[in-house]
Write a protein that binds this ligand. Structure first.
Ligand SMILES: Nc1ncnc2c1ncn2[C@@H]1O[C@H](COP(=O)(O)OP(=O)(O)OP(=O)(O)O)[C@@H](O)[C@H]1O
Length: 263
């Protein structure tokens, strides 16, 4: 990874990231998925990307998480605001929950600490239990993933991401398996717990992006390009009001190819 001149961060947890002139192709494919793509993630703010299935959202996230397969060829530059490597400063929540079937819920949440330090400290375990209670899983600490519903598993994966306390958080459809009420509550919780973190969130839900994003982008086309969309007034997590509903409708029309122009 290339790094650039540092620009001062105001918060200890803040990390700005810039992707510059990214060109990326999977092996065997003639047309690149991205060509000369630029994206700036502002330190301590939430960025949401919407886009039709297959346009490249997950691939961009995996690039930032350094999780792309070997056969992907890419060129371009990644800059961090403090000129240090992103390594060990990224929490990544994949589309699949990736829970380990032989570990219970609590141990799954604490797994990264066990990997690094041999075991999770009491403070980490207490924090894990507190977070699991906050997402409504206080009764499931010792359940195995196979005993959970899809939405419960997704909440465990969310807690596992939150507890890592990283400055850059990458989340790929983190609330997609949740019912509407739980989704709304967990959007609020994530916004509270990840305030001052730099977040890149992929979602198919325009309402979610409009509630949570300080910055909102639409990915479309091949090669994929990012178009900035306007966000509603106010600080995330925003309430669902008339302005948000109008923007939501406009995004849906744009995604379905009907919209003339995003307002
Ligand atoms: N390992 C791979 N090898 C070849 N092509 C791939 C690979 N991974 C992804 N692709 C292709 O790259 C394109 C973008 O995939 P990606 O998963 O980034 O899309 P996405 O926008 O996240 O989609 P979704 O919203 O359905 O999750 C798709 O056409 C996909 O088939």
């Amino acid at each position: 990874m290339n790094t650039a001149k540092p620009s001062p961060d105001t918060q200890p947890h803040c990390l700005g990231v810039r992707v510059k002139q990214l060109t990326l192709s999977f092996s065997g494919q003639t047309a690149p998925l991205f060509s000369q793509l630029d994206l700036t993630l502002q330190a301590g703010e939430w960025h949401c990307i919407l886009g039709r299935s297959g346009c490249g959202k997950t691939t961009l996230l995996r690039l930032l998480a350094d999780l792309l397969p070997q056969d992907v060829a890419w060129q371009g530059e990644l800059f961090t605001s403090d000129a240090r490597s992103m390594s060990d400063r990224v929490a990544y929540m994949a589309q699949q929950d990736l829970l380990l079937p032989w570990l219970n819920v609590l141990d799954n949440v604490c797994f990264s600490f066990r990997l690094k330090q041999g075991k999770a400290s009491e403070a980490v375990q207490e924090r894990a239990i507190q977070l699991l209670q906050q997402v409504g899983l206080g009764e499931k600490l010792h359940a195995r993933p196979s005993q959970l519903s899809g939405g419960m598993r997704q909440r465990v994966a969310l807690v596992r991401t939150l507890i890592q306390d990283k400055p850059l958080v990458l989340m790929d459809e983190p609330f997609s398996a949740l019912d509407a009420v739980t989704r709304y509550k967990l959007q609020d919780l994530a916004a509270e717990l990840l305030a001052q973190r730099t977040v890149l969130l992929i979602t198919h839900d325009p309402q979610e992006a409009l509630r949570l994003g300080h910055h909102l982008f639409l990915m479309q086309g091949k090669p994929g390009r990012l178009t900035r969309l306007s966000v509603p007034e106010g600080t995330p997590p925003r309430a669902i009001n008339a302005e948000l509903a109008v923007k939501q409708q406009a995004i849906i029309e744009q995604l379905s190819g009907l919209g003339e122009r995003y307002v």
